[in-house]
Design a protein around this ligand. Sequence first.
Ligand SMILES: *[C@@H]1O[C@H](CO)[C@@H](O)[C@H](O)[C@H]1NC(C)=O
Ligand SMILES: *[C@@H]1O[C@H](CO)[C@@H](O)[C@H](O)[C@H]1NC(C)=O
Ligand SMILES: *[C@@H]1O[C@H](CO)[C@@H](O)[C@H](O)[C@H]1NC(C)=O
Length: 587
Amino acid sequence: MRSASAAAALFFFFVAYCGVPHVHGGEVVAELFYTNVTVKWHADYERQLVEFSIWFGAKRPDLLFVGFSDFGDLNSTDGLLISHREIKDVHTTRAYRIRPDLQQDFQQLRKRKDHIVVTRKLVTCDSRDYVFQPGTTQFHIAASWGFTTLTNILDKRWLKDKKFGKVIEGPTDYPSADDEPASLEKDVKIVIVNSNNPDPIPNVETTYECIIRKMPFDTISSMYHIVRMEPYITPGNEHLVHHMEVFICRDEVEEWNGNCNDPKKPPKSKSCSHVIAAWAMGEGPIIYPREAGLPFGGKGRNEYVMVEIHYNNPELLQGVMDKSGFQFYVTGMLRKYDAGIMELGLIYSDANSIPPNQKAWAMNGYCPSQCTQNLPEEGINIFASQMHAHLTGRKLWTSRYRSGVQIGDVNRDEHYSPHWQHLQQLRPFVRVMPGDTLVTTCVYDTRRRSKVTFGGYGITDEMCVNYIYYYPASDVEVCKSAISNVTLREYFTQRHLMNGHSMSISDMYNKVKDWGNGVDEEFYNVLNVGNINMNCLKSNGEPHKFYTSDPRQSWENMPKPKLFSGSFIWTRDRFQCPAINDMVNFD
Ligand SMILES: *[C@@H]1O[C@H](CO)[C@@H](O)[C@H](O)[C@H]1NC(C)=O
Ligand SMILES: *[C@@H]1O[C@H](CO)[C@@H](O)[C@H](O)[C@H]1NC(C)=O
Ligand SMILES: *[C@@H]1O[C@H](CO)[C@@H](O)[C@H](O)[C@H]1NC(C)=O
């Protein structure tokens, strides 16, 4: 399992959202040894179709297969087969054979020596076609030279590459005229905060490296705006730098570089707790809208930043030197609004753990009205969202509720891949008012695990996070939940006759020997109706005040928000209008 995930982690590439988020098209480039095949697309929502142009590159393949899927399977998947003579709408069978579809849904618009242009409806209602929906699509691109009759996609004579993309963006991602990419101010300075650790990356699976640096100019007497941030990664180490977080320090620290758990780490680095950016493998830069920038410095704020790098080294490589870090674009010409970042989802805690052998285990992280009350009166505008889970994460989304009623999504990916993290630009901005509730849902597949998957920081632990980037800034930095410890301890004590007062929560999870026989279903219900434990934190790490007239309630033990979800969410009827994406349901 570990080596599979490690291999998959190598299918890694950068998506540069080069400041043009409103273009609702995209491309992937497959490297196929003799040539690079480029697949570009453009979705036309009015005509409900997508136009693909497929560029053959330096050496046109004699046979080219472009496959589409939600989760990267090569069997029971949709595809387009291109030969010199014709194009064919095809699919692969369970046994990986390539077969033409009975109904042909691709139309060829143009055929040239170096490329072709085809279109297809987003939804065809052919049970052998893939439905293009918002969320991640995995592309399998396979080419052969000299062999024009390959009938099995696993045939060794194919050269293959896998890529990730979003063919259609969420419903919030329609282009808008006032969304010109921001140009950078004339005085922009670039500041690089990167590792100068003289020792190589440790040959252990997970390492957190901390880099604390002072900004190289006076940030006490004047304030600055950070208007763009991007990773600065040592070439060749792309597969080791799993994710990074950037913090501002409140106290006067000192420059330092080393393992985050090193006891010699300056004690004042505890004050480096205000998150300003999160980045994960596969992501491009973080670009601010032209009316907002991330405040840095000024009276009462400090001059130090801390970059925390999570290295993932499953092959236990030795002696790899690294100088990775983060790069900031800083201006003194302040923009109209200060921007902020907020962390939604589940608290990193083993309270939030997942039983083994679950096909689709959903967990909800709440940001209830008691916490969003602290947002600015005029509300906040979310312009980007970055969802994050580890290896068993399959579907992630955040919805918003007003007066308990669901009014829409912030971001949604129903076929999330942990190997393709990306910052999703949201256009138009998603507005959240004080008193709204945000619910972040993560659905996990633990069918390949025989033990409990704990909530936590390690790569084999799980997380459920949505970092939202927004303006104007507020003092809510974390709004995350867990099932309350009181609920959990009661459950394990009463149902499993454990000593819920002295055992640790992870021990109690581990001690449940059989999650089958309905135990998982029963526990799922406890998770969904039990009290929650909230982190509603200010940027200094302190909790906001909790208002209640009920003395039994606190942030640690409060009722789950009461929410109504209508049956109004649009879904494709998979019986009337089937698609190959549904195949997994025939299991
Ligand atoms: C494909 O693209 C990569 C990256 O840009 C480049 O290094 C390589 O030379 C290209 N290969 C061919 C065959 O054009
Ligand atoms: C793909 O093949 C694997 C292994 O043969 C099988 O377990 C799986 O069910 C197949 N998937 C689909 C969607 O047919
Ligand atoms: C709940 O338990 C977890 C450990 O499982 C612990 O980290 C956390 O601090 C506890 N929370 C509260 C509010 O006691």
